[in-house]
Design a binder for this molecule. Structure first.
Ligand code: ZN
Ligand code: FE
Length: 259
């Protein structure tokens, strides 16, 4: 069985550690920092065989050099369209990744929006989506267009509802605070906010989350829901013609007035 555990890094990043039960080989997703990864590997006496990178931001890539120094044979997969030092295997939409020593196969999904060449890795019912979808929210649109980000999120929304979403940051509680602005009457949002608050008070991670729950509570996946459209139109002060316009209003609303 594939075991996936979070390694906390910096103040709110998660580096995902993958291994098979009882296996000695490991892979990590988005190691922004080598230190906590080396510590986790040492503790479990694991050999790092693969690094999977979703996008070029330093909080996702900063540990590559240190990990390569410790494991010279590690394979580093990263998005073909982005400049990431240390990537040996460039991947893009339609590609496949089989981390050495681990029984798992991940499909590469092109997910532009947060950055221009952002990719996600999907396999075994798990999605490693970096900074595209977060629990209760989504990444900022830095390099791509609002159209691209909306399309990337819609694509995630069409994956099987029991898909587990392994995002790269612990932003859940703040995201759900915004979700409550958007949908004050949505009971699932309120309940989820309360659960997230209890988990964070106990210093436990709120991720991974199930896609099903995101579809019920994450405003950025709910741009077709009448209450969400109405709230976005109210903020924008005009009718919004389509789902991209609703997404754009939500993203701007959160960036300008909430964060
Ligand atoms: Zn990022
Ligand atoms: Fe990030």
């Amino acid at each position: 069985m594939l075991e996936i555990t979070p390694i906390p890094a910096f103040c709110d990043n998660y580096i995902w550690l993958l291994k098979n039960t009882g296996g000695r080989a490991a892979a990590v997703v988005d190691p922004g920092d080598a230190g906590p990864v080396l510590e986790a590997l040492g503790r479990e006496r694991l050999h790092l065989g693969a690094i999977l990178i979703t996008h070029h931001h330093p909080d996702h890539t900063g540990g590559i050099g240190g990990l390569k120094a410790a494991f010279p044979d590690v394979r580093v997969y990263g998005p073909a369209g982005e400049p990431v030092a240390g990537v040996g295997s460039a991947v893009e939409e339609g590609g496949e990744v089989r981390p050495p020593g681990i029984e798992a196969c991940f499909e590469v999904l092109g997910m532009p929006g947060h950055t221009a060449g952002h990719v996600a890795y999907y396999g075994g019912g798990a999605l490693f989506c970096g900074d595209v979808l977060f629990a209760g929210g989504c990444g900022r649109v830095f390099e791509g267009t609002m159209e691209q980000m909306a399309a990337s999120l819609a694509r995630i929304g069409r994956l099987p509802p029991d898909t587990l979403i392994y995002c790269a940051h612990e932003y859940t509680l703040a995201n759900l605070g915004f979700a409550r602005w958007v949908e004050p009457e949505n009971r699932a949002v309120r309940q989820r906010w309360e659960q997230a608050r209890a988990l964070r008070n106990a210093r436990r991670p709120t991720v991974p989350s199930r896609l099903e729950l995101e579809l019920e509570t994450n405003p950025f996946l709910r741009t077709r829901v009448p209450a969400v459209i109405a709230a976005a139109e109210q903020w924008a002060g005009r009718p919004l013609e389509d789902q991209v316009a609703v997404f754009t209003a939500l993203r701007n609303w959160k960036d300008r007035d909430y964060d």
